[in-house]
Design a protein around this ligand. Sequence first.
Ligand SMILES: [Zn+2]
Length: 141
Amino acid sequence: MPKQAKLNRIKAFRSYTIQEAAHIAGVSDHTIHNWGKNGLRMMDAAQPTLIRGDDLRDYIKAQRSKRKSPTEPDTFYCVVCKRPRHAAANMADCTIIGNRATLTALCTICETVVSKPVAKANVTSLARTLDLTIKRHETTL
Ligand SMILES: [Zn+2]
């Protein structure tokens, strides 16, 4: 899995050298050069090459959203298949703790355990499409 670049320290109105950009994004200089070849805008008419903070942020955000695979309410993202999958036998366990619910199931293709958080309010509608085994845990202090 690629290392997650850090977005929140990058200042939009600053320009960074390749080394500074690499340091602040938490990646290697080599990664920044690769991003440049892959579409990250760089000001390389003068030396040193500079990268605008907002360009760097936009590039990282665009790469993140490309990697995202949205799942339907009754599907789960399988980390082995690297795509959304249905639950094996359409069965899932639903663990409710306070206002949070987590669905756990097996990938229908590779049988890896898959899970996802869902809003407690959506559990009733999910129970129409999935065979849910609901476990409630009361929060105790
Ligand atoms: Zn799978």
